[in-house]
Design a binder for this molecule. Structure first.
Ligand SMILES: [Zn+2]
Length: 348
């Protein structure tokens, strides 16, 4: 066993998002990989960065700036999302484990990292199986989940709730989400859908006070809990909006189908991914997503941000727009007060 084995073993246990090394004094960035083990099949990618010596004469990179979002502030989907240049895990997890900590010494290392086998082997297996399944208690959007960011919630109805979008494109960028866990609006019961319509009406009136109109969209692709995005745009911008959406969709190979009066579930097969859009003129569109071809994750938000509609090209990525918790709390407090006269949750 050598020092590298111990560091490798440690990396396997910790599964860091960034692994930085200065040992060899060489600048090197490895393509990302995921350290998965049977216990933890779902992991964020690891990026390995080796840096040169400080002030080295070759001027090789020795300093590295990072802008990190804490993992508990990230969405599960973003954590799990594949990168195009992902490579295989460079570690032989089993071999490392055997080399670094022989089975008979396991217990001695408990103070550092508890790898001991639970006494009840059956219990252990049960825990393992649960981990692989989607854990609703950890859903970012289930109201009952411990992970839901309660300080972002504006108001709660019977079936749905209204929340501030984290990293919203503009201040009054909202989400309408079902209280219970549902993946998409296709799986929703009639009363849930009705309440969403009531919220949409209330939001339309709310935005109108600022001469704005709402664009609603839902992406049922790489999401686990349904979210209807609500973004206000200046009323004057809506005239061009439909053409802009069509042009953008076409240029990205997306076919927007107008829904007329037919409901979404007659166009999209159940459990198939889709993108749904409702423009301020009331027209509804959907795009069927071919999972194998992928779909631009920011479509909708980028059309509004990049083009002349909102003209905020630096606000396409929600992660670049995240406010500090204090600012989020202050903003939600202001919106709760302003939204109160429009709130439907009090009348239902
Ligand atoms: Zn959920």
């Amino acid at each position: 066993m050598n020092a590298a084995d111990i560091v490798s073993w440690l990396a396997v246990q910790l599964k860091p998002r960034y692994h930085v090394s200065g040992l060899e004094g060489i600048y090197y960035e490895r393509k990302p990989y995921r350290i998965t083990t049977p216990d933890t099949p779902m992991q964020a990618v690891t990026r390995f960065i080796a840096l040169a010596r400080v002030g080295n004469p070759q001027k090789d990179k020795w300093i590295y700036a990072m802008n990190l979002t804490p993992i508990d502030k990230m969405k599960m989907n973003d954590i799990l999302q594949k990168t195009t240049d992902e490579t295989e895990c460079p570690y032989n997890v089993q071999e490392l484990s055997n080399t670094v900590i022989p089975q008979n010494q396991m217990k001695r290392h408990q103070y550092f990292y508890d790898m001991s086998t639970p006494v009840d082997e059956k219990e252990h297996k049960k825990v393992k199986r649960q981990k692989i399944e989607f854990d609703q208690n950890k859903c970012w959007f289930c109201l009952a989940s411990s992970n839901v960011e309660k300080h972002l919630i504006i108001t709660v109805g019977n079936e749905t709730y209204l929340a501030l979008a984290k990293g919203g494109i503009v201040e009054e960028h909202f989400l309408i989400c079902p209280v219970q866990h549902h993946q998409s609006s296709i799986s929703l019961a009639k009363d849930v859908l009705e309440e969403i319509e009531q919220f949409k009406e209330a939001i339309t009136k709310f935005y109108a006070r600022n001469n704005s109109v709402p664009v609603f969209f839902e992406r049922n692709y790489k999401t686990s809990h349904m979210q209807l995005q609500c973004i206000p745009i200046p009323s004057a911008a809506q005239r061009e909006l439909e053409d802009i959406f069509h042009d953008e969709a076409e240029s990205q190979g997306i076919k927007l189908i107008e829904l007329d009066s037919s409901p979404l579930d007659q166009i999209v097969e159940s459990k198939k991914p889709y993108f749904f859009l409702q423009l301020p003129n009331g027209k509804k569109f959907c795009a069927k997503i071919d999972g194998s071809k992928g779909f631009p994750i920011n479509f909708g938000r980028d059309v509004l941000a990049m083009g002349p509609i909102l003209n905020m090209s630096d606000r396409v990525e929600w992660k670049d727009c995240i406010l500090g918790k204090k600012d989020e709390e202050m903003l939600v407090k202001r919106i709760r007060t302003d939204f109160e006269p429009y709130d439907i949750s009090e009348s239902i």
